[in-house]
Design a protein around this ligand. Structure first.
Ligand code: NDP
Length: 434
């Protein structure tokens, strides 16, 4: 703990996992003897680098770049890049640690990693974004590769940024490989990757609801955020019969009792790159409230936090439960604070933790890697069907592990245990040489 004392997000993520691994530690002394837990909380490698770039006014700017290569026991490091001013080594380490378990849960051969920068893409021109991405990749390219480490997008890194990063990698290395996922369809991207995290979240939630004799049909859904995950969670939740009544960005939230059309959000966020407040220009009968925290006081049956870490605190959890919310599934990484998670569990709310519920994005990135390797593309329906199957399996492996280790219904513990065991066994088989 002491050596990571200055890394609160990382400690929070590790604390939650270690707590649920207690029954495994008692039943598997062989793993403790092999030092698996001590090894698993220490990243294999942390890279930190300078990213200098020139803004439109000709001024030199300097940001900090990160890549944490956390665990390669079951495959090449895999995980997104986040560009946001709140990025620190602690944030990237927490995300990389979570990624190890999440990738294992997908059943695909992917290790865990994460990266990013404290660069703020908001308000930057396309030229500035491109120059930043090119400078970032000029250093990152030394450390990644299709069989070594395959980054993807995350907050602030979408199709535009992946394109600039891929172009620079190809130019520097003179090779066309599947070194990044989330690529455009014309240069090796997979159909359904854009939609995958949001769709996967709803497939997982649907499975969790079904097991409790419930469904999305006719339910009020609140989704925080209005980025990639939130937009496509809205589309799929609506297709499954739910009505999305509220969405947000970091400035505030909108409420539309007639249901929010994901296409309007797509237009505002992906085309205009504007604030969610603009929704009122499309639907004047909707309501806009300043400040994003209040979104949890909007009455709903199902809540899908899809913005960022620790966005759903205890007060939010209390408001949701008081208004009759019976299911919460995490689209973002670690959006609920530990106090909020405990409150949901104590009040019988069905709770789908991030590393299981939002694994659809990385799973489809894994499918993009497979398509790149065989140099073929699958149809949207083929990818979507595989994604659906993977999300169903993730739900059932988490539920089964929870049951087997004496915590039936506790998907937090189940997901941690199921994800952990596969990586732990691989580490034992490979010896203590790294
Ligand atoms: P985007 O950048 O597309 O969207 C992020 C959304 O969250 C925006 O609406 C943004 O609002 C809001 N947001 C970001 N930071 C804050 C903050 N500090 N407070 C309140 N709102 C905030 O990112 P994604 O949709 O890709 O990612 C969202 C979450 O999902 C992240 O936790 C990410 O790690 C996780 N995730 C993403 C995957 C993917 O495939 N993209 C896969 C698995 C998990 P604003 O525009 O105002 O900043």
């Amino acid at each position: 703990c002491r050596k990571n004392a200055h890394e609160p997000e990382f400690l929070q993520a590790v604390g939650e996992v270690l707590e649920s691994l207690q029954p495994v530690v008692e039943q598997r002394p062989d793993l403790v003897k092999a030092g698996v837990i001590d090894r698993m909380v220490e990243p294999e490698r942390c890279l930190l680098f300078r990213v200098p770039w020139v803004d439109d006014a000709g001024k030199v700017q300097v940001n900090r770049g990160y890549r944490v290569q956390f665990n390669s026991a079951i495959g090449p490091y895999k995980g997104g890049l986040r560009f946001h001013p709140s990025v620190t080594l602690s944030v990237i380490k927490f995300l990389g640690f979570e990624q190890v378990f999440k990738n294992s849960l997908t059943g695909l051969p992917m290790g865990g990693g994460k990266g990013g920068s404290d660069f703020d893409p908001k308000g930057k021109s396309d030229g500035e974004i491109m120059r930043f991405c090119q400078s970032f990749m000029t250093e990152l390219q030394r450390h990644i590769g299709a069989d070594t480490d395959v980054p993807a997008g995350d907050i602030g890194v979408g199709g535009r940024e992946i394109g600039f990063l891929f172009g620079q990698y190809k130019r520097l290395r003179n090779e066309f490989t599947g070194v990044l996922t989330g690529k455009g369809l014309s240069y090796g991207g997979s159909l359904a990757r854009t939609e995958a995290t949001g769709y996967g979240l709803c497939y997982f939630t649907d499975e969790m609801l079904k097991a409790a004799g419930k469904s999305f049909e006719g339910k009020r859904v609140v989704i925080s955020g209005s980025g990639n995950v939130a937009t496509y969670a809205n589309q799929k939740a609506t297709q499954l019969g739910g009505k999305v009544v509220a969405m947000s960005d970091s400035n505030g939230y909108i409420v539309d009792e007639n249901g929010i059309d994901y296409k309007v959000i797509q237009q505002i966020k992906e085309v205009k790159r504007a604030r969610i407040k603009t929704y009122l220009e499309y639907v004047p009968t909707a309501k806009y409230v300043e400040g994003c925290q209040g979104i949890w006081s909007v009455p709903c049956d199902i809540a899908l936090p899809c913005a960022t870490q620790n966005e759903l605190p205890l007060e939010g959890a209390k408001a949701l439960v008081a208004n009759g919310c019976f299911a919460v599934a995490e689209g973002a990484n670690m959006p609920s604070t530990p106090e909020a998670v405990a409150y949901f569990q104590e009040h019988g709310v069905l709770f789908g933790p991030a590393k299981a519920a939002n694994a659809g994005g990385v799973a489809t990135s894994g499918l993009e890697m497979s398509q790149n390797s065989i140099r073929l593309s699958w149809t949207f329906e083929e990818v979507d069907e595989k994604l659906h199957g993977i999300m169903r399996n993730i739900y059932h492996s988490a539920a089964k592990a929870a049951e087997e280790y004496g915590m039936p219904g506790n998907l937090v513990a189940g997901a941690n245990i199921a994800g952990f065991l596969k990586v732990a066994d691989a580490m034992v088989w490979q010896g203590v040489s790294y």
